[in-house]
Ligand binder design. Sequence first.
Ligand SMILES: *Cc1c(COP(=O)(O)O)cnc(C)c1O
Length: 496
Amino acid sequence: MAQLIYHSTRSINQAVTAAEAILSGIAADGGLYVPEKIPVLTTPLRELARLDYRELAVTVLQLFLTDFTEAELRQAVASAYNSRFDTAEIAPVAEHGGVRYLELFHGPTLAFKDLALALLPYLMKMAARKTGLDKEVVILTATSGDTGKAALEAFAGVEGIRIIVFFPEQGVSPVQKQQMVTQAGNNTSVIGIEGNFDDAQSGVKQLLTDKKLIDAMERKGLMFSSANSINIGRLIAQVVYYWYAYLRVMKDGGVQAGEPLDFAVPTGNFGNILAGYYAKKMGLPVGTLICASNKNKVLSDFFAFGVYDKKREFYLTSSPSMDILISSNLERLLWEICGKSSEHVAGLMQQLTSLGRYQISEAMKKNLLDFLGGHATEEETFQAIRRVQETAGYLLDPHTAVAYSVWEKYRQRTGSKIPVVVVSTASPYKFTKDVMQAVDPKYALGEDFALFAEMEKMTGVPVPVGVRGLASQPVLHKRVCKKAEMQLVVENILGL
Ligand SMILES: *Cc1c(COP(=O)(O)O)cnc(C)c1O
């Protein structure tokens, strides 16, 4: 098979292999690595439908990671998707009240981030071997709540890798925070920042490309990488479950082979939904990708008007992992829809930095028809949780509820009969109080951890292992810093 080459969205003169792209996390020019061409999966759907999650994962990964052997990918996939997930299906599709949900929260940290992050350490170790890397890798991560814990869980105790996580001190749920600050492992550091996710992500991106810092790291035998969805390795792992979901729905007759299936995706950094777009480009019959935002609706405005404008108020919502105004992965979509012109993307990104906004051309807008943007207010989100619980006996987490609400409005507006899969990104157990309160205001007085028992009673779903006993675990990470201090903190941790 011909080697698939990756290069930055902002320049074409830095072609790298998949292994190199995964190890670096971000390109030196600040752009994101993209596959030169999205590979097409030509195996007939009926044949693919016989594969289990792991076999399908190998099939999809092989097309993107052409410098990895099939044996390596098999090994990585087997190590990632095992009994750490509470179902052998890994990413089951459930049906409740006539709506299908792709449940991506059966991994160790109860959010969809596990699907990619469980795999990433194995890919990185293999990539390090392949490229003859002789440095220790430092994973620098910004989290809006779920990536942090999923990455800590995946990289804790992994030899040759250290991980540093920055999270917005005031911007995550109590359960999300407790999951992170109780993380064991002497290669882990977790720091709260006085700021929001955008501050954390911009800070991390800046450190990842800071020439002086990188040189200082090099002298110590260290190099940076990223566990955020700016790392192409994460996106590729996420492509798998779109295929899996389609094949499951096809198998139980919800869609005929080749007919379109819509996906409603709760979106923040645009990583999850971009993987759905890649799946479509690979040949999966995806209909509309419904891009659902919460009150921070910068993306739904972008899809409506072709203008991306981050100069607006930032809201803290009940779906904190989507409280984002700078959606990094949109840059990869821009590259696809502008005819893969890196100069053009670089120009738009320059405008975003200097002016806080950019506008795309009419021609580019025409290439956005795979997507439909929408948003749900807090009230609509809570109503969706209550309504689905009352009518279908199924409890949605607030992120999934945003997607459900946006899809419902879309269906009412258009009368669309195309079947949909709502991508369910987290377990309601990560957001106990908000979810219980949405169902019944009487829970407003309860505390998140105290409500675990009530949620168990309401749903009949036992408290997941990942959060059982979490409240009483010792807090191991207490550091909080200002945004401007991030570099100092990193230097201090690494002894630079
Ligand atoms: C990260 C996250 C999202 C947003 O995903 P993106 O890839 O950033 O768009 C949505 N829901 C949950 C629960 C998440 O953890």
